[in-house]
Design a protein around this ligand. Sequence first.
Ligand code: ATP
Ligand code: MG
Length: 760
Amino acid sequence: MASLPEPDRPWLQGLNPPQRAAATLLEGPMLLLAGAGTGKTRALTARLAHMLATRAAWPSQILAVTFTNKAAREMRERLRELVGDAVEGMPFLGTFHATAARILRRHAGLVGLTPNFTILDPDDVERLLKRVIAEAGLDERRWPAKGLASLLDRFKNAGKLPADLDAADLHAFADGRAGDLYARYQAELRALDACDFGDLILHLLAILRTHPDVKAEWQARFRHILVDEFQDTNAAQYQWLRALAAPSEGGTATLCCVGDDDQSIYSWRGADIANILRFERDFPGTRVIRLEQNYRSTGHILGAAGGVIARNRGRLGKTLWTEARDGEPVEVVAVWDGPEEARLVAERIERLQREGAALSDIAILVRAIFQTREFEDRFIQIGLPYRIVGGFRFYERAEVREALAYLRATLSPADGLAFERIANTPRRGLGEKSLARLAAFARASGLSLQAAAAALAETDELPGPARSGLRGLVAGLRRWRELAPSLRPPALLDLVLDESGYRAMLEADRSVEAAGRLENLRELARAMEEWPDAESFLEHVALVMDNERDEAGEKVTLMTLHAAKGLEFGHVFLPGWEEGLFPSQRALDEGGEASLEEERRLAYVGITRARRRVTILHAANRRVYGQWTSSLPSRFVAELPNEHVTRVTTMTGGASLWRAAVMGEDDPFAHLARSTGRGPGWSRAAAQPRHDRTIEGRVLASTVGRAPRADIAVGGRVFHQKFGPGTVTAKDGSRLEVAFDHAGTKMVMDDFVEPAGGAA
Ligand code: ATP
Ligand code: MG
């Protein structure tokens, strides 16, 4: 097979010699290190195709990790073109999250979860942490859940379980209580039969550590492991790869990792570039392959990107060349304000369209997702089709979240957060008080919220309307759960929305927004169509919360620079290159040189997404929280080498500093080395790129848990918080029938009564 001439091996066609080596040398560990657009991903895909086509491994024996779901989809499609059906049944081609989730479901019992565990999105995590913080007796205003969320994420990305924390870790939150809170949070997750993103890998690591048989099973299964965007793996992910493949761990799989140190942009999520340096030590005999020819971009684009990244000190260093022409210089446009920026970009896009460019080949890449707003406004005005990728837009909408919560509560009865969200939406008589009561009872009795609701609904503990509302909901959930296996996902959604009264609630609302919400629910049903069952759809939603929703049709793409990694477009617009926005204020304030270098890598990633044309923009004025402030051009604007750039300004006059920066004169940022690096206008907006996102923060009232009681017997006197004194006339588990002195005979839960002493 290996000696077939190339026409018979179409998957190798057109590859250059080092790419071909990367694709065909299947023995031994391999590290493919090369700059943007040099065909790393293409070589990796060819390597997969080669394995499949030459039967070097069965599809199920290959673990292939991509950075985004979109990249996984593209790789799968490309493989199908190259090797046809041989790609079928590659269960382990996907992101770290997706593949880990798939494996974890098989062993969920080993970490106290059921195979149907829920994956919480960041919003749910934060709500849960608020509760954990309150129950630990801490003041959430002083110790915010957001801070704890990112700390725990950091621990998890580093592969640390609560037991692995050191003194510094423990003191990173609430005066030494980080470990306690971490453990409480994990216990809460287990009780909810849920995990967060970080857990997916962390649980697997824990299982591999403690169950040698499971470890051996997976080591034996995978013959080849391939990882794209390796520079952005975190410590936990690397430990996992190592456990599966390193000879020192007993691994036999061949590991091939592909990456570019200049494109490491996720250190804030725990990505660790040191993994590249560690690799050769952990995997002796590693073959390192370098690619230097860039196939994507024009000479000017490469020159501009190279000029910026050359300012970074901490890099492995590499040269790139291209056979492509110089093309057009990168254009830097200074505009007056944000709306003008959007107007100008829209005009340019229309011009490109007239010249024959496809909208899908055009992208606007922003530093912070809130920047998309202005472009959306403009595009809606002029009817330019666009889509937003990389935000939380669609699945974040209240009605979509609520519809999804209905499905989650239907399919995962233990999912208390979902139940909490839908309990009184639409209104079914369950006020804050009743909900708090329900939560208290659930905690005291150790039941899930839904199970507690089912029990409580059969008693008189709650006021009449709340009781019948709850009863209806519980019965509905039971019924939908029973019907679920026989329904297609969109049909299940429709059933739930109709029978729960949720859709009727929106229909009764005559506002414009309600109409939009109904449309979104229809859109949700459409999105569910391609999934075999609602469970896998829910998992998909959880996994794509960093949203790569694919829509058909010709549309301009708006996305963050972070989400654009690995992608390419003919024409790329890079707006908002201003100090405090890009580089972000947070990077300037908190991270020192290392953060600034990461921002610069982000600039490099942005520029190198383009094949033909790059337009960089910066505005002199921005509105921040309704206030106009003036801003300085990004230092990266000045770092663009003049020979690869045309600078255009619609501005006249102004500060010489500003002009110098716009026109690329000398080093206009020398002063920044002395000062804080803060532009005059940028205060907080950039540091909080998601300020427009409101976190829905209703948290169930915290209570002190009580153990279920055995000290109440039939005939005993009790005192009930609401109904007063009475005599127990019957007992059924924790349910009591009580003849109250003043309130008649009622069913109550034993948690709400106190023994009153003495017989009737
Ligand atoms: P990034 O660092 O941005 O992830 P990359 O190194 O993964 O980039 P690819 O996306 O694989 O690069 O390739 C960039 C472009 O160059 C693609 O359009 C690809 O099809 C093309 N390309 C790659 N290798 C070759 C080749 N040998 N001949 C022609 N075109 C190629
Ligand atoms: Mg790539």
